[in-house]
Write a protein that binds this ligand. Structure first.
Ligand code: PPE
Length: 304
């Protein structure tokens, strides 16, 4: 169960958690078009800081732009509202969920004339795929469900409706005893997990899915930068599921998932069946950066 916090920001005002309600005829609830972000605030040495806030706010507005949704606030206002909501809840570490949705007013697929509403909620969220998964790696299954065609899913946008596909994949994987699903794209190449991007390491080279069928993860970008700084070659290149089977290492990246090693795919161990040296090094560099322990990456932090 989600742990309640104090206040939720709704359309410009902080309201009590229990009062943050919408009407059942809210358009987005019926037709699935709402755009959102997932952001984390970490308790750093110098106090709580939000990781890559500007990039998340930018993607929030980009998602809205792709779907012709006019957010009735500026980027600066949303940035301020996020900081204000975290502060109002006196959170040192939390997950932050900005959401822009089509409100109450019209029904039918066309939402012309309806309001666009915005909310920002925060709550404590630990390791997305469990503490053990974060430390020792997870078991994944290639899904029988595939990611949508690039002209069906505008995957650069982070849209609520896409997560019905993720839920099908997650339900199937969990029912079969796995921790997570890896979805393929319409061509049969590896795409991403249900709520995270994927990387593999093979012969010292790091590969991640190119920007076609995936969400352009901010953690993905962070890991690519950290890997390059450590001298690794990073390729954004398509790869197949059997390349994951024979990879030396594999891991998932996401705001919620952070850097989660993949120890098994479809019953085949990946590498040694435990987090490999490159994964561990990048995971370590990631936590140094988000927790304010790396001066070089302070630029990624917005202190409260
Ligand atoms: N792909 C998908 C499909 C995805 O949902 C996420 C984030 C990513 C990649 C990684 O993006 P980024 O967080 O910018 O590195 N998924 C969010 C929601 C997860 C959820 O279950 O809710 C998240 O991690 O916040």
């Amino acid at each position: 169960m989600i742990e309640k916090t104090d206040k939720i920001w709704m359309d410009g005002k902080l309201v009590a958690w229990d009062d943050a309600k919408v009407h059942v005829l809210t358009h987005s609830l019926h037709y699935g078009l709402a755009i959102f972000e997932g952001i984390r605030c970490y308790n750093c040495k110098k106090g709580p800081a939000i990781f890559r806030l500007n990039e998340h706010v930018k993607r929030f507005f980009d998602s809205a732009h792709i779907f012709n949704m006019e957010i009735p606030h500026s980027r600066e206002e949303i940035t301020e509202a996020i900081l204000k909501t975290v502060k109002a809840n006196r959170m040192k570490e939390c997950y932050i969920r900005p959401l822009a949705y089509i409100g109450y007013g019209v029904m039918g697929v066309s939402s012309a004339g309806s309001s666009i509403n915005v909310s920002i909620a925060v709550w404590p969220w630990g390791a997305y795929l469990g503490e053990d998964g974060l430390k020792n790696g997870i078991r994944a299954k290639t899904s029988s469900f595939i990611r949508g065609h690039v002209n069906s899913n505008m995957s650069m946008a982070k849209v609520s409706g896409y997560y019905v596909n993720s839920q099908l994949a997650k339900q199937e994987a969990v029912a079969l005893g796995y921790d997570e699903a890896i979805l393929l794209d319409t061509e049969g190449y590896v795409s991403e997990a249900t709520g995270a991007n994927i990387f593999i390491v093979r012969g010292g080279v790091i590969k991640t899915t190119p920007l076609t069928s995936i969400l352009e993860g901010i953690t993905r970008n962070t890991i690519m930068e950290l890997a390059k700084e450590s001298g690794y070659e990073v390729r954004e290149e398509r790869f197949t599921r059997d390349e994951v089977y024979i990879a030396d290492e594999a891991f998932l990246t996401g705001t919620a998932a952070e850097v989660t090693p993949v120890k098994e795919l479809d019953g085949r161990t990946v590498g040694q069946g435990k987090p490999g040296p490159v994964t561990k090094k990048l995971q370590d560099a990631f936590f140094q950066a988000v927790k304010g322990k790396s001066r070089k990456h302070e630029r990624w932090l917005s202190y409260l």
